[in-house]
Design a protein around this ligand. Structure first.
Ligand code: ATP
Ligand code: MG
Length: 250
């Protein structure tokens, strides 16, 4: 369980997020959507213990984020893939798990690379991969860590729409099976609705929570959902929260 209470993060010249309260249950898939610069990455960094709150506090199962991260219980996928250039795709996937002190599981790493469509590139180096392929390696690496909490910052940003949709379905199934808690940032409203158990709309400068949507949609989520009317109604509601006329804030 993640508890974010009154989180404000200020940098020298700008307050990135302000007064964010959020609770995320174990195994929940929470999507976060909002315009560029509204503080999504900052929020994720704070939950991952990479950014100290200016005000407020965050607890992961009652612990400060830094401690949960050091214990290898938090996996991260950044907007940029951050692969180690001197390691192969397979090497990148297995490496992080080793660092976290978890038992090696190379067959598991191979299965994950296969699941993201890269079984033919196990021995390829990052420089030999396209941007989207490198990003898929980073996703496999985060999954291989088998963390309780996965923080994903636009993990599908470098992917085409078809790969994105397919990978989304697969990722969601896999993570639900493992009961991983997920915070997933995206710019795409349909993606946020398709993947999320709940969706948070963040907006403004500083970023605040504009709305939280309980996405009551049929499980398992399947691609046919994209044309479902209830799905489209949710997309409309989330969009409306994103696009409401900015209300003046004190
Ligand atoms: N390390 C930092 N130092 C100073 N300002 C920062 C830092 N990180 C973020 N900011 C500022 O905080 C605000 C929110 O940035 P953040 O990266 O969280 O936005 P975002 O919602 O993730 O945007 P995007 O969708 O473009 O990734 C921006 O105004 C940004 O300039
Ligand atoms: Mg960002």
């Amino acid at each position: 369980m993640i508890r974010v209470e009154g989180l404000t993060v200020s940098f020298e010249t700008v307050t990135a997020v302000e007064g964010v309260d959020l609770e995320v249950g174990r195994g929940e898939f929470l999507t976060i959507v909002g315009p560029s610069g509204c503080g999504k990455t900052t929020l994720l960094h704070a939950v991952g213990g990479l950014q100290e709150p200016t005000e407020g506090r965050i607890r992961i199962d009652g612990e400060p984020p830094g401690r949960a991260r050091d214990a290898g219980r938090v996996g991260l996928v950044f907007q940029e893939h951050t692969l180690l250039p001197w390691k192969t795709a397979l090497g990148n996937v297995t490496f992080l798990r080793r660092i976290a002190g978890k038992p090696p599981d190379e067959p598991g790493a191979r299965r994950l690379l296969d699941a993201v469509g890269l079984s033919g590139f196990l021995e390829a180096y990052p420089r030999e991969l396209s941007g989207g392929m490198a990003q898929r390696v980073a996703i496999a690496r985060a999954l291989h860590l088998d963390a309780d909490l996965l923080l994903m910052d636009e993990p599908f940003g470098a992917l085409d729409e078809i790969t994105r949709d397919e990978l989304g379905v697969e990722l969601r199934d896999l993570l639900r099976e493992r009961e991983t808690t997920v915070l997933f940032v995206t710019h795409s409203v349909p993606e946020a609705v398709f993947l999320g158990d709940r969706c948070v709309v963040l907006r403004g400068t500083p970023g605040r929570i504009e709305g939280v949507f309980d996405l009551d949609l049929p499980e398992p989520r399947e691609p046919s959902l994209f044309t479902d009317r209830t799905f489209q109604e949710w997309v409309g509601e989330v969009r409306a929260a994103l696009y409401v006329e900015a209300s003046p804030r004190r």
